[in-house]
Design a protein around this ligand. Structure first.
Ligand code: COA
Length: 338
């Protein structure tokens, strides 16, 4: 008997309408368009002014369901910025999508949330707990940013992306896996929102740091390059591929220099590295599925290609997945084509 597997059947993405170019930051902070482009590879990003994370998730979820042309029996929402501390946002998203009383929960692993959620969703299918899962990555990371911090202000953007996973055959185009997941909590201080959680009651979190993201940029940069390169190498080996067999690498869009450095370490030519950071910035949990949706719409992904998804972020936590690109038509809203 062929072992049960999970395959991608639909892909969707959504970006909110408000575009913020680098010059808007240069007008009020000690920064410049030149610094942001040369250090990060970002020209603009979208900001959700009037929408919450679940609003973005519903839009991307609808797109992925339309792309798949099927319903689902489970929903996993990968996010670091739920609408409320309690309850999880996934049940509300499921209700607004009209999915009925499906299993629905949030998963938070910061910028690696989507890859973790994909692994958990595929495992639910392989275990027989679900037939079809809507996996959404959605974040309004800009709600965590101190407007006076010139570093984190220019990096992040808001958005959502989603895929529909369905039970299938490991030999199918669309088959996802194996996965490699990992973490190092000993380096958690490199990227942290100190306030707003249960530790606030025990420790005195300095009020100026409280609800905002604090980042030690160089440590994160080095960790991301080393961590993602090693994880991509591992997952490719488990899939039976050499690094050079990877047709497309879909890295978390944290920084163009990180993406380029990971590609160089693996010996991949630049045309195999998918990228959209220039006009979306770092969209956290939305980054990888949004990149897949947009790359598919732009003709940068073709059926049967060997794709590796890789993410790295706060925790520290990281993950990678192998995927044979399916014959799907991605559906997007607010994302420029061509
Ligand atoms: N504009 C201008 N200068 C800025 C700036 C901005 N928006 N943000 C930070 N700087 C300054 C810093 O204050 C620092 O100044 P100092 O040297 O006087 O202390 C200087 O730029 C650091 O620049 P550089 O020495 O060139 O550092 P770098 O090559 O390490 O680049 C980062 C800095 C932050 C771009 C880089 O470390 C990075 O991308 N880190 C990873 C960030 C990331 O991806 N986070 C999300 C992970 S999920």
């Amino acid at each position: 008997m062929v072992p049960r597997s999970a395959s991608v059947r639909g892909v969707g993405g959504y970006l909110p309408p408000r575009m913020v170019g680098n010059d808007e930051f240069a007008a009020r902070l000690d920064t410049s368009d030149e610094w942001i482009r040369s250090h990060l590879g970002i020209r603009s990003r979208r900001i959700a002014e009037k929408e919450s994370t679940s609003d973005l998730a519903v839009k991307a979820g609808n797109c992925a369901l339309e792309s798949a042309g099927t319903g689902v029996d489970s929903l996993v929402l990968a996010t670091t910025t739920p609408d409320h501390p309690v309850p999880a946002s996934a049940p509300a998203v499921a209700a607004r999508l009209g999915l009925g009383p499906v299993a629905a929960f949030d998963l938070n692993s910061a910028c690696s949330s989507f890859v973790y959620a994909l692994a958990v969703s595929a495992s639910m299918i392989v275990a027989g707990l679900a037939e079809r899962v809507l996996v959404i990555g959605a974040d309004t990371a800009t709600t965590l940013i101190d407007p006076a911090d010139r570093l984190t202000s220019v990096i992040f953007g808001d958005g959502a992306g989603a895929v529909v996973l369905e039970a299938g055959d490991a030999a199918d185009a669309g088959a996802v896996g194996p996965f490699v997941l990992g973490s190092d909590g000993g380096r958690g201080d490199l990227l942290v929102v100190p306030g707003g959680g249960s530790r606030q009651r025990k420790d005195l979190v300095p009020p100026q740091d409280g609800p905002f993201l604090r980042m030690e940029g160089r440590g994160v940069f080095d960790g991301a390059v080393a961590g993602m390169s090693a994880t991509v190498g591992k997952v490719a080996a488990q899939a039976g591929w050499r690094p050079g067999d990877i047709d497309r690498l879909a890295c978390h869009q944290a920084n163009q220099r990180i993406i380029d450095a990971v590609g160089a370490r693996l010996g991949l030519p630049p045309d195999r590295l998918l990228s959209n950071i220039e006009h979306v910035g770092n969209t956290s949990a939305a980054s990888v599925p949004l990149l897949l949706a947009e790359s598919s719409r732009r003709g940068r992904l073709a059926e049967g290609q060997r794709v590796v998804l890789a993410a790295f972020g706060a925790g520290l936590a990281w993950g990678a997945a192998a995927l044979r690109w399916p014959g799907v038509r991605a559906v997007t809203e607010g994302v420029a084509d061509g």
